[in-house]
Design a protein. Structure first.
Length: 125
């Protein structure tokens, strides 16, 4: 509801993530899509999970693999990670079979380490 007590986003969703960058991930009948701040569905329900938009991209999961979409729903980083976090300062933490690492928005691996080493790196810098 807005400040005028008007319903902006109908109460039809199974789950809703908080808005970020004017968009919110919503779950409907087991699939996730994205709505804008007027409640319009801008990315169809097609993902198993969607996290928060950050720096114009959101981590998405489909068939157990993670990648990234832009605000139009276009896949910009292929879904080939075991886990993926949001971008911060141009980098995101991702998981592969051989450990955790950090990628940039061009999907270039910047750092690949064990999980313990990676979190130590993040805390120190």
């Amino acid at each position: 509801m807005n400040k005028k007590n008007q319903v902006i986003i109908p109460i039809i969703y199974d789950d809703v993530r908080p808005f970020s960058e004017g968009k919110a991930a919503v779950e409907y009948e087991g699939k996730w899509g994205v709505i804008n701040d007027t409640g319009e569905l801008t990315i169809p329900y097609q993902f198993d999970e969607i996290r928060y938009f950050s720096e114009g991209l959101a981590p998405v999961r489909k068939d157990e693999l993670w990648g990234y979409i832009d605000s139009s729903g276009k896949t910009v980083v292929p879904l080939n990670y075991l886990n993926a976090d949001s971008f911060h300062n141009g980098l995101a933490v991702v998981a592969k079979e051989n450990g955790y690492g950090m990628i940039n928005k061009d999907n270039k691996i910047i750092v690949l380490r064990s999980m313990t080493c990676l979190f130590s790196l993040i805390i120190i810098t």
